[in-house]
Write a protein that binds this ligand. Structure first.
Ligand SMILES: [Zn+2]
Length: 461
């Protein structure tokens, strides 16, 4: 489990270490998580149901939204709670949660859940969702982040670099920001090396220059940014020989982008499936690479359009029930992603397996027939090859069931003949003769939290 000893807080004592109170709490959680990950599925579910029972009772007695929902649907919590009962609770989608607003907050939060902090989702294409975090949810967030480090046996003495979203003026290029440790997930518990961060607004040449200077062992960033960096590094014949692992966060990592990043950086790629409302939902298995649901923190369901549970292999909507957020309980909340469960993992862990995360529902292409599909946008480099003009950034936006706009950042604007070539290509990829319009820009902005979405649909399913 641990590849190094925790820090001891008693003078003259190093082994076995005597950690401080915060570190002890985190290590106590790891001790339990180390055990619970191997429990058979039915044992895990029994423990989840116990926790869920407490959460549901809290929600119906102190959260107006759930009081009304349970009353409206004549639901009362049975003493012997089952998953079948959970499945009777109506799904709450994003717009229901947005409209509920303050009705979703508990009016009587147990004091020992600690200080409450309010947060909103980025809502790059819609209204944001407002939710609260407590000291307890933060403690658990740190525990699952640490579990990810321990699963992947990261060497905390290495150098960690992150290129991610920061408010304007923070970790600005060219220098970025430097920290003596790996920060609040690791440093209170283990001795760690240095870390550095750079604001994702940095240009690709700035990012590469920064990485060459920092020489990271571990790098964290958004998939779209990493793909762009790989392409740029390849054209400049630059490599990062010290880099061991690239961790991807914040966007759906497609198979194609995974292999581009793996080959481009010649490093292991580890993805994290999380959401702003609930934190870590699934982590990649250190043995098989599948995603394991973090069942100690969340009940994750995948359902079809009729709300029926999808068997392994069938894609559906992801619903989450957060087990520990008593300030803003989320019960069967449709997070907006499409995913597919897989068969139990060969590693032996009982944590459910997600075989594939297909991406955000809002990022699906709606065909005039009403069918929605995950859009295939073609191979990287294809637009450059077809026109001879270098493509730097690409975004595809569906405005109506007939119209799609391509936003392109290129060395120059395309002529109408070149546009016609790309139109034919895109119509083939998208599987329908959409009317395609072009916008040539000098830059395509990221969402307010730094995510870059290659495909956005403004059409509702
Ligand atoms: Zn596994």
């Amino acid at each position: 489990m641990l590849n190094q000893l925790p820090l001891s807080r008693i003078s003259g004592s190093t082994f076995p270490a005597i950690p401080d109170a915060h570190a002890s709490t985190q290590l106590a959680l790891q001790y339990q998580l180390e055990s619970s990950q191997w429990w058979p599925a039915e044992v895990l579910i029994q423990h989840q149901l116990k926790q869920l029972h407490s959460l549901l009772q809290h929600a119906v007695s102190t959260v107006p939204y759930y009081q009304q929902l349970f009353k409206l649907h004549k639901l009362s919590i049975p003493n012997a709670l089952t998953l079948e009962f959970l499945q009777q609770i109506p799904i709450s989608n994003r717009s229901a949660v947005q409209s509920a607003d303050n009705q979703l907050a508990s009016i009587d939060l147990p004091a020992d859940h600690g200080a409450v902090e309010f947060s909103t989702t980025s809502g790059s294409t819609g209204r944001p969702v407002k939710f609260a975090r407590t000291a307890l949810t933060q403690t658990l967030w740190l525990a699952f982040a640490l579990r990810d480090h321990l699963w992947h046996a990261r060497d905390f003495t290495g150098k960690l670099c992150a290129i991610r979203w920061f408010p304007a003026g923070v970790a600005s290029p060219p220098a970025g920001a430097h920290h003596p440790t790996w920060g609040n997930i690791v440093a209170p518990i283990f001795a760690s090396g240095q870390s550095a961060s750079l604001n994702v607004v940095a240009t690709l040449p700035q990012q590469i220059a920064w990485l060459m200077q920092e020489k990271p062992d571990y790098l964290v960033s958004f998939p779209s940014n990493l793909v762009a960096l790989c392409h740029y590094a390849t054209t400049q014949n630059i490599s990062l020989p010290k880099l061991l692992e690239v961790r991807t966060i914040g966007e759906t990592l497609t198979d194609q982008n995974r292999s581009i990043i793996q080959q481009g950086f010649n490093a292991k790629v580890v993805d994290i499936y999380s959401c702003e409302e609930a934190g870590y939902l699934a982590l990649q298995c250190p043995e098989s690479g599948h995603y394991h649901v973090q069942s100690e923190n969340v009940i994750l369901e995948i359902v079809d359009k009729n709300g029926q549970a999808c068997p392994p292999g069938k894609a559906g909507q992801v619903l989450i029930t957060t087990l520990h957020n008593y300030a803003t309980p989320l019960i069967r909340y449709e997070v907006g992603d499409i995913a597919t469960f897989g068969e139990p993992c060969t590693c032996g862990r009982g944590l459910p397996v997600i075989h594939k995360i297909h991406g955000r529902k809002r990022n699906r292409l709606i065909l005039p027939s009403g069918e929605n599909i995950f859009p295939y946008l073609g191979e990287h480099g294809e637009i450059t090859r077809a026109t001879g003009v270098k493509l730097h950034q690409f975004q595809c936006i569906q405005h109506t069931v007939q119209e799609v706009e391509l936003k392109l950042v290129m060395d120059r604007d395309l002529t109408s003949e070149e546009q016609a070539k790309i139109t034919i290509l895109m119509q083939q990829h998208l599987g329908y003769p959409f009317q395609i319009t072009y916008s040539f820009l000098s830059d395509i902005a990221r969402s307010s939290t730094g995510k870059f979405e290659e495909f956005i649909s403004h059409v509702s399913a």
